[in-house]
Design a protein around this ligand. Structure first.
Ligand code: RNT
Ligand code: ZN
Length: 425
C-alpha cells in the first residue's frame, strides 16, 4: 500500500482556501473537520471482494436469505487475492481503517474445518497482514451457507444438537475476535447475525425467540478482553419474509438487558424507516453501537453505499451528538455487477464524505436558533448548508492524506483491473 502521509498545510489549494473562508463565516473550522475525519476508521467488509463466498473447503452456495447479483469478472478466489484487492482499495481511500472478516474467510489450508472447529490459527495470516498495514480487524461468525443452517434455523433451532453446534461456532468466533483485538491493540467487534426465520406464518413465534436468547447467553458466557459483542436485527430476508426470529424489538431488548452493542443495518428496516433517527434513540441505553451502513433498494438491502440523504443523516446524527467514540462504523453491501474494488472505494469514500459534511455543520448555530423557537432560520440554514463547498474540503482531505482526489482514483482501479483482475478467469 502507498504510504499515506500528510502534505504540509501550506500547500492548500486555492479552492480549499476559499471554502475554508466560507465555512469560517458560519463559525466552522474546516481544518479541525479535516483533522477529525482523519481520526475516523471505517470497518471495510471483506465480503464485497468475493460475493460473500469465503475460503472453506466445502463451500456451499450463499444461503441465509441474502443474495448477490451480477457476474462482473475478477472476483477474489484466494486469501492472497482478496488481500491484494483490499490493499488496492485501501490505497485509494484516505485515512486508516479496519477490515471486517467473516468466519468463512479463514485459511483452512485445504482442510475441511467445520464451523465448530475454527480457531485463531486460521486467521493468523489475516492478523499479520493487518499488523503490517496498520489496520484493525472486526469479525463475524458465519451462521449461513452451511448444511446445518439449510432449514432456516441456527441458534434458535428446535434441535438442541444443531443449536449446540452453532453455539460452539459463536463462542469460537468471539475467541478469535479477542485474539485479533489483543494482537492489534484495538478491540475487535464480533457481530452476531443469524438468518433464522420462516417464509410463511409460523405457528409459534415465541419459542424460537426464547431459544435464541438462551443460545446467545451461552455464546456470550466467557468474559473476554479485546472483543466487543454486537447483535444485528433484521426485518426480513429472502425466504424469511413472514418471520425473523432476531427482529428489531428482540435484539433491542437483548442488547439493553445484556449491555451488548446493537448493530443497526441501514437495509434491515421498512423501506421508509431510516436508521439515523434510531442512533439517539438507542445510545442512551446501550454502551456502544455498531452500524452496518448499506443501501436498501426495493427488495435488496445491500446496494453500494452512496452519498444520499439517508447517509448524510446517519453521519450527522453520530457527529452532532458527539457519538463518534461510541459508534463503530462498518459497511455491509455486496454488488457483483460492478468492479468490486471500485465498489469498496465508492462506498467507503461516500461514508467519509457524509462524515465530513457532518463535521462541517454549524451545529451550535442550528441548535441556538432551535432553542429560540426560530424554526424558520433553522430550515433556511439547513438548506444553505447543502450547497456549501464541502467538495473542496474533501479534495483537500484526499491531497493531505496522499490519495487521489476527484475521479483520479478510477484510473488506478482500471489499471489494476487490466493487470490483475482481468487475468482471473
Ligand atoms: C444480513 C446481514 C449481515 C450480512 C453479513 C454478510 O442481512 O446484514 O450483516 O450482510 O454478515
Ligand atoms: Zn448487516
Amino acid at each position: 500500500m502507498k504510504p499515506k502521509t500528510k502534505a504540509p498545510a501550506n500547500t492548500a489549494s486555492p479552492s480549499y482556501t476559499l471554502a475554508k473562508e466560507r465555512y469560517a463565516e458560519l463559525g466552522v473550522d474546516s481544518d479541525a473537520a479535516l483533522q477529525a475525519l482523519a481520526g475516523i476508521s471505517i470497518s471495510v467488509h471483506c465480503w464485497q471482494g468475493d460475493d460473500v463466498g469465503g475460503f472453506e473447503k466445502n463451500r456451499e452456495t450463499l444461503g441465509g436469505g441474502i443474495a448477490v447479483t451480477g457476474n462482473y469478472p475478477g472476483k477474489a478466489r484466494t486469501p492472497l487475492e482478496l488481500r491484494a484487492d483490499l490493499e488496492k482499495a485501501l490505497s485509494l481511500i484516505p485515512g486508516r481503517h479496519r477490515v471486517n472478516l467473516h468466519a468463512c474467510y479463514g485459511e483452512f489450508e485445504g482442510k475441511g474445518v467445520d464451523r465448530d472447529a475454527i480457531a485463531p490459527e486460521h486467521f493468523r495470516s489475516w492478523i499479520e497482514w493487518a499488523k503490517t498495514h496498520k489496520l484493525g480487524l472486526d469479525f463475524n461468525p458465519t451462521f449461513f451457507s452451511h448444511p446445518k443452517a439449510a432449514d432456516g434455523f441456527t441458534l434458535s433451532h428446535h434441535d438442541k444438537e444443531i443449536r449446540d453446534f452453532w453455539i460452539e461456532h459463536g463462542r469460537r468466533s468471539r475467541e478469535i475476535g479477542a485474539v485479533m483485538g489483543k494482537a492489534l491493540g484495538s478491540p475487535t467487534v464480533t457481530n452476531v447475525w443469524v438468518p433464522d426465520g420462516t417464509k410463511d406464518t409460523p405457528a409459534d413465534r415465541l419459542a424460537p425467540r426464547e431459544r435464541l436468547a438462551e443460545s446467545l447467553d451461552s455464546v456470550f458466557q466467557a468474559k473476554l478482553k479485546g472483543n466487543l459483542d454486537a447483535v444485528e436485527p433484521k426485518l426480513f430476508g429472502i425466504g424469511s419474509e413472514s418471520y425473523v426470529v432476531g427482529s428489531a424489538e428482540f435484539y433491542l431488548g437483548y442488547a439493553v438487558s445484556r449491555q451488548k452493542l446493537l448493530c443497526l443495518d441501514a437495509g434491515h428496516f421498512h423501506p421508509t424507516e431510516g436508521i439515523a433517527d434510531k442512533i439517539s434513540g438507542v445510545l442512551p441505553f446501550i454502551p456502544e453501537l455498531l452500524l452496518h451502513v448499506s443501501r436498501g433498494v426495493r427488495w435488496d438491502s445491500d446496494h453500494v453505499v452512496v452519498l444520499n440523504d439517508d447517509l448524510l443523516s446517519i453521519a450527522r446524527e453520530i457527529v452532532a451528538n458527539g457519538f463518534l467514540n461510541r459508534t463503530h462504523i462498518g459497511l455491509d453491501y455486496f454488488d457483483a455487477s460492478i468492479n468490486r474494488v471500485a465498489a469498496w472505494v465508492i462506498g467507503t469514500r461516500a461514508m467519509q464524505r457524509a462524515l465530513l459534511a457532518a463535521l462541517l455543520e454549524p451545529t451550535q448555530a442550528l441548535r441556538a436558533v432551535e432553542l429560540e423557537g426560530d424554526f424558520t432560520s433553522r430550515l433556511a440554514l439547513q438548506e444553505e448548508l447543502k450547497v456549501l463547498p464541502s467538495g473542496a474540503v474533501w479534495e483537500e482531505f484526499c491531497e493531505r492524506q496522499n490519495v487521489p482526489s476527484g475521479m483520479r482514483w478510477i484510473a488506478e482501479v482500471r489499471a489494476y483491473e487490466a493487470s490483475v483482475l482481468s487475468l482471473r478467469e
